[in-house]
Design a binder for this molecule. Structure first.
Ligand code: OSB
Ligand code: MG
Length: 370
């Protein structure tokens, strides 16, 4: 497999509804869309970096810089026998996993299309249907939160995650439990707390949450291990797990009992598969996180979620919650039982609407043969 051309597009799409986390509120999503091509076939990757360095140190501009100046020159024209060789081929570039993943995942799509197989088959996935949960941002009032959770449950979602931060935590969970009872509920703090908040966070234990995601520092493992000893609620790590080594260390020190895998955060599918397998060996369930992706990144997340140890519903969800219209047609839909059918055409198996992509493009760069 040879990648002859890499096209970068900086895309901006308005969000159907604003999304608020402990970092703030966003009304649109800007991301780098990568198209790789070779031997008459192509593949798509969606970089999960955001406009600001709040979730991660990477941004769209750092990704653009690293993709155009360092990743593309190391990959273009190289003969790979399999896309799993790509992450290793980029090892001289420290970090920048989101930029690396965008190209690596596009290469897996290309490879699967060339083989005429759905991407999940190439990854070793088994399911043809995946279960979807939903991530609900911080709202203006508790009653709006309860209404939103209730409408997502009626839509069929199989697990509700609510974003929390100091001042929007115990009361938010209390309101949801009081009004909606024993629903499958979890919270995500996006690193908004410190170990000194342990006794405050322990107040969440009485609500029987499935897990608390990334309560402490974005890079931390040891304080999470200390916190986990004081909590009954399982800790799930997101931001802290950027590498296979970090996942292994997290399990060794007891920093979490569940891991959220985002392929973009760990550098692509090859590293995701390693973390998935490591967790499976240690009986640690994983689930697929989301980054407000368009249908392209969303389809990638669906394929990843078909692997065996993805034992909990992911933050996958329907296109219409995010973008109307999406960049793919038809969009991803979730049935009334919270299930998503895995696309079974070659590669990603979704149709990208190129004139929508064109209209949403703010900047474009073609590298390699044009
Ligand atoms: O922490 O999982 C997160 C969105 C952007 C950045 C980080 C996160 C999220 C979400 C939304 O929770 C998941 C989604 O619906 O795509
Ligand atoms: Mg998270």
């Amino acid at each position: 497999m040879k990648i002859e051309k890499i096209e970068l597009r900086l895309i901006r799409l308005p969000l159907a509804h604003f999304f608020e986390t402990s970092f703030g509120r966003v009304y649109d999503r800007q991301f780098v869309l990568v198209t790789v091509s070779g031997s008459g076939a192509y593949g798509y990757g969606e970089c999960v970096a955001q406009s600001d360095p709040y979730y991660s140190s990477e941004t769209n501009e750092t990704a653009w810089h690293i993709l155009s100046q360092f990743i593309a020159p190391s990959i273009l024209g190289v003969d790979f026998s399999h896309p799993r060789e790509i992450f290793t081929a980029l090892r001289a570039i420290r970090g920048h996993n989101m930029a690396k993943a965008a190209v690596e995942m596009a290469a897996w799509d290309l490879y699967a299309r060339q083989a005429g197989l759905p991407l999940y088959r190439m990854l070793g996935g088994e399911r043809t249907v995946v279960e979807s949960g939903v991530s609900i941002g911080i709202q203006d009032s508790l009653s709006q939160l309860v209404d939103k959770v209730s409408s997502e449950l009626s839509a069929g979602y199989r697990r509700i995650k609510i974003k929390i931060k100091p001042e929007w935590d115990i009361e938010a969970v209390d309101a949801v439990r009081n009004h909606l009872g024993e629903i499958p509920l979890m919270v995500d703090a996006n690193a908004a707390y410190q170990l000194s908040d342990a006794s405050h966070l322990a107040k969440l234990d009485r609500y029987g949450l499935m897990m608390i995601e990334q309560p402490l520092g974005y890079d931390d493992l040891l304080d999470h291990a200390r916190l986990q000893k004081e909590l009954q609620t399982p800790i799930c790590l997101d931001e802290s797990i950027k590498t296979v080594a970090a996942a292994s260390a997290a399990l060794d020190v007891g920093a979490c009992r569940i891991i959220n895998i985002k392929a973009g955060r760990v550098g692509g599918y090859t590293e995701s598969l390693k973390i998935h397998n490591l967790c499976q060996e240690r009986s640690i369930p994983v689930w697929c996180g989301g980054m407000l992706e368009s249908g392209i990144g969303r389809a990638h997340n669906i394929h990843l979620s078909t692997l065996q140890n993805f034992l909990l519903p992911g933050d996958v969800a329907a296109s219409a919650r995010y973008y109307e219209p999406d960049l793919i047609e038809p969009g991803i839909t979730v049935d009334s039982n919270g299930r998503i059918m895995v696309p079974d055409g070659p590669g990603l198996g979704v149709n990208v609407v190129t004139d929508r992509v064109e209209r949403a493009t703010e900047r474009q760069l073609v590298l390699g043969n044009s």
